[in-house]
Structure formats: C-alpha cells, structure tokens
Design a protein around this ligand. Structure first.
Ligand code: ADP
Length: 239
C-alpha cells in the first residue's frame, strides 16, 4: 500500500490558445475518494487527461510522492501507478471477460499464472465469475463497465481516475458499482478520483469534492460543506 499522494500543482491546459484549465491544484491521497464535479465543459475530463499524460500541460506539474510524472508518456504514467477509465467503455470485445482482465495484469509484468489468479480474484469480487468465459462484447452495459474497472485494478494502481463510471447504468447496476467503489479505499488503499453528474452517487461516495467552473477551481473541501457553497450552487444553476 502506497502512502504517497498524487499532486497536481497549478496545472494549466490550452487547446489552440484557449485555456481549458487554468492553474488548477488538486491532491489525492491514498485511500480517499474525491469527487470532481462542475458544469459541462468546465475541464473535468481535461484534468484527468492532464494527470494521465493524454494532453500536454501549458503550466504546472503533476507528482506522485514528490516525483514528477508530468511530461512522461501515458504508458509510463500508468506504470507509476495511475490508472483510469474513459467516458466510453474500452474493452477488447472479441476477447473473453477473464482475458480482458488478465491482459491488463500481464501488461504490468506478472506471470501468466499470476495474471490468471489475479483476474479470477477480481472477477469474484465484482460478481462476474459466471461470465468469465463470455465474450466481453456480449455483456450488458453495466457488466462492461465493471469489467473495465476490474481491468484497471488488475494493473494494481495506487490511484484510479474514473470518468463518469455510472453513466448509462440503470439503478441496480449503479448501486452495485457504488458498493464496489466504496470498498476500494479500505480493501486496496486505493485513492479514487470520480467524475460524475449524479450528485446522489457523488455525495454517498466522496469524502471530499473539487469543483471546477470554466477551467478554474471554484471550491474544494469536505463534501457536505462544498455542496452548500453559494459559488457552487450558482455554477450549477447557471449551467
Ligand atoms: P468536462 O469534462 O468538464 O465536461 P472537458 O474537460 O471535456 O469538460 O472540456 C473542457 C473544455 O476544453 C471544453 O471547452 C472543451 O470543448 C475543450 N476541449 C476538451 N478537449 C479538447 C480537445 N482535445 N481539443 C480542443 N478542445 C478541447
């Protein structure tokens, strides 16, 4: 279990001269769940992309335990212990569920036997054991989403960044997901950053909130205090 924090300090991102993120600082500690919220277009996905190396920084830096990771390739950053999910599910549809999870473990340098063991443990944890040999492409949407998270966890990340993990799920699927996610800090010491529009889900999961509007931080802190912040209410009503 890592005791190192993930730290984004003064991060700015520009697209063709337009500032999508302006001087944003966020710390994610091991075993905590932070909700990243804000109106559409406020820069939430861009912040995840900046942390994981998918977009270059125009300013600031990202570190883990003080070691700089900004500037490294997405693959190198993943190897440093940061994993993510995407708004659109990305799985190998022609591979089985267990192969999808296994291949992620293999990419992080364990033996085939260890990878299979790890995949089976994760599938059991995610109530997916019965579907281990099904093709990923044939799963329901909610199951695909869970396989995607199992895949991310197979790489043993210290931090997991989830972009709208419950989007498109029905109520039962989203309850199952919420339960799985809420256990991860305790069972794996994992630090989670979660973007979601469902405030009910965010408030049930997150200890802390970080709120963006127009690429800037407008509030951060304890979830129940932040949600009462007038600037936050204003940003949501105005969107
Ligand atoms: P959110 O996730 O909060 O909805 P985004 O991070 O997706 O917001 O987008 C923030 C802003 O950056 C938006 O104005 C969006 O159009 C712009 N943007 C995001 N990604 C790109 C990109 N690859 N190229 C150009 N503009 C982008």
């Amino acid at each position: 279990m890592s005791e190192k924090s993930l730290n984004a300090a003064g991060v700015s991102v520009e697209f063709s001269g337009l500032r999508a993120l302006d001087n944003v600082s966020l710390t994610l500690s091991p075993a905590e769940i932070v909700g990243l919220i804000g109106p559409n277009g406020s820069g939430k996905t861009t912040l995840i992309n900046a942390i994981t190396g998918q977009v270059p920084l125009a300013g600031g830096r990202v570190t883990i335990g003080g070691d700089q990771i900004s500037g490294l390739s997405p693959r190198r950053i993943a190897l440093k212990g940061i994993n993510r999910s995407f708004q659109i599910v990305r799985l190998f549809n022609n591979m089985t569920v267990v192969e999808n999870v296994e291949s992620s473990a293999l990419a992080h340098g364990v033996s085939l036997r260890q990878a299979r063991e790890k995949a089976n443990t994760l599938l059991a944890e995610f109530s997916l054991s019965e579907k281990a040999e099904d093709l990923a492409g044939n799963l329901s949407y909610g199951d695909k989403r869970r396989v995607e998270i199992a895949r991310a966890l197979a790489a043993d990340p210290a931090f997991l960044l989830l972009d709208e993990p419950a989007a498109g799920m029905n109520e039962a699927e989203s309850e199952t997901l919420l339960h799985i996610l809420s256990e991860l800090p305790r069972t794996r010491g994992l630090g989670l950053l979660i973007i979601d529009h469902d405030m009910g889900l965010i408030m049930r999961l997150c200890n802390r909130l970080h709120v963006l509007a127009s690429g800037r931080t407008i509030a951060e802190g304890k979830a129940d205090e932040v949600r009462k912040n007038p600037a936050v209410i204003e940003a949501y009503l105005g969107s």
